[in-house]
Design a protein around this ligand. Structure first.
Ligand code: HCA
Ligand code: CU
Length: 378
């Protein structure tokens, strides 16, 4: 299936900074912006200049970088003073938000729908007058009654926003609900649609993908999925999902840079890339069980839907453990230039399994067993 055109709005430098253990220095922020730009994301969303003096000066610095692909946005409350300051920082646009669910209206800001719209009007006008991209997002959209959502989105669409944002702020949506809500919004507005999905229920990437299928044009990600609580859709997860559907949908990105990007941000955060990160984790292309290794050695496509080479990764066929099969050993022997009979391979396999019950063997140790086996058989 071919996708309509979509844009990645990476918010590592805003939502990502809201992860409990994230605290980027100015140099790190600039490095992340540069790496994301080199990867090819279309937008970077940065923390509001109202957050702190350093946030304001870093926003100006990054907005002035000679980036090749990414337009720099900042994210502010829908307050005129905040938006005025943001508009003076050299950004291409401002992402504003307002909580619209009954929960946030009651416990966060206490405003009615009318008051929200009254506050949005001058903000949208100011950004349009300044020729800046303007996005208006309903925070907590999936706990906002659909009629309320549509009313707000249609009103801001008529006021001339470039896009509206649909945020699953508390991570409660399912792909089906995302399809229903984004589909309804798609039918109600002319402007572009951005989706922002939290991962509390483990559905962030699935929901973001469902939003794309239902008509969203702009998709929020962060590197490694960092963000409030357990974060939002991970860039590598979304790229994997898109690649699996249609490799040509992501060919415009520098896919070979993805692993380096994840590892570099992980190092800045003082964490390892999670073992289950799509594409970029140490074991994302490691095959272990005998059934798997046998088939992968014959044809990698048997157990690999993603080609590691497309991302500059290599597959790992693990053959030093107790689940190793004879086929994997035979294939390794051939790679070493050793011609071993089935009987010899069988003996080596038993030897390996005995030893590997204590601990897995390294590849060098397996090679040693194969070479010894070849000498004894000669
Ligand atoms: C938050 C806000 C937000 C905003 C998303 C958006 C969310 O940090 O609570 O502007 O679309 O998840 O609602 O990240
Ligand atoms: Cu968020």
């Amino acid at each position: 299936m071919a996708f309509h055109r979509f844009h990645i709005v990476d918010t590592t430098l805003r939502e990502g900074e809201q992860w409990a253990n994230a605290h980027f220095t100015s140099a790190q922020r600039a490095a992340i912006a540069t790496q994301l730009d080199q990867f090819g994301v279309e937008y970077l969303e940065l923390t509001s200049p109202c957050a702190s003096p350093q946030s304001a000066s870093d926003l100006r610095t990054i907005a002035a970088l000679p980036l090749q692909n990414a337009r720099v946005l900042t994210h502010t409350r829908c307050h005129l003073p905040d938006v005025r300051l943001a508009a003076d920082c050299g950004v291409a646009g401002v992402n504003v938000l307002f909580g619209t669910s009954p929960q946030l209206r009651e416990w966060s800001h206490g405003r009615s729908l009318e008051q929200i719209l009254d506050q949005a009007i001058p903000v949208i006008r100011l950004l349009r007058d300044r020729n800046l991209e303007v996005r208006f997002s309903c925070e907590d959209a999936f706990r906002t009654p659909l009629p309320d959502l549509l009313r707000i989105y249609q009103a801001v669409d008529l006021l001339g926003v470039d896009r509206i944002g649909i945020a699953d702020t508390v991570g409660i949506a399912t792909p089906r609900e995302v399809e229903r809500v984004v589909g309804a919004v798609r039918n109600a507005v002319r402007c572009d649609i951005e989706f922002h999905g939290h991962n509390d229920g483990g559905c962030a990437v699935a929901n973001t993908y469902a939003a794309l299928e239902a008509g969203a044009t702009h998709l929020n990600t962060t590197v490694l999925g960092i963000g409030e609580r357990n974060g939002i859709a991970a860039l590598s997860g979304l790229i994997a999902r898109l690649y699996l559907t249609d490799p040509s949908s992501v060919e415009r990105y520098s896919l070979q840079r993805l692993a380096e990007l994840d590892h570099s941000v992980a190092a800045m955060l003082g964490i390892a890339v999670p073992f289950n990160a799509c594409i970029t984790s140490a074991t994302a292309f490691a095959h272990k069980a005998g059934l798997h290794t046998k088939a992968v050695l014959a044809n990698p496509a048997s157990y690999e839907a993603i080609d590691p080479a497309a991302f500059g990764r290599e597959r790992d066929v693990l053959i030093g453990h107790r689940l190793t099969g004879r086929h994997a050993l035979q294939s390794r022997a051939r790679a070493l230039g050793l011609a071993l009979s089935d009987t010899t391979i069988g003996k080596i396999a038993s030897q390996l399994k005995n030893q590997a019950d204590d601990r897995p063997l390294t590849l060098a140790e397996v090679d040693g067993l194969l070479r010894d086996g070849a000498l004894q058989a000669a």
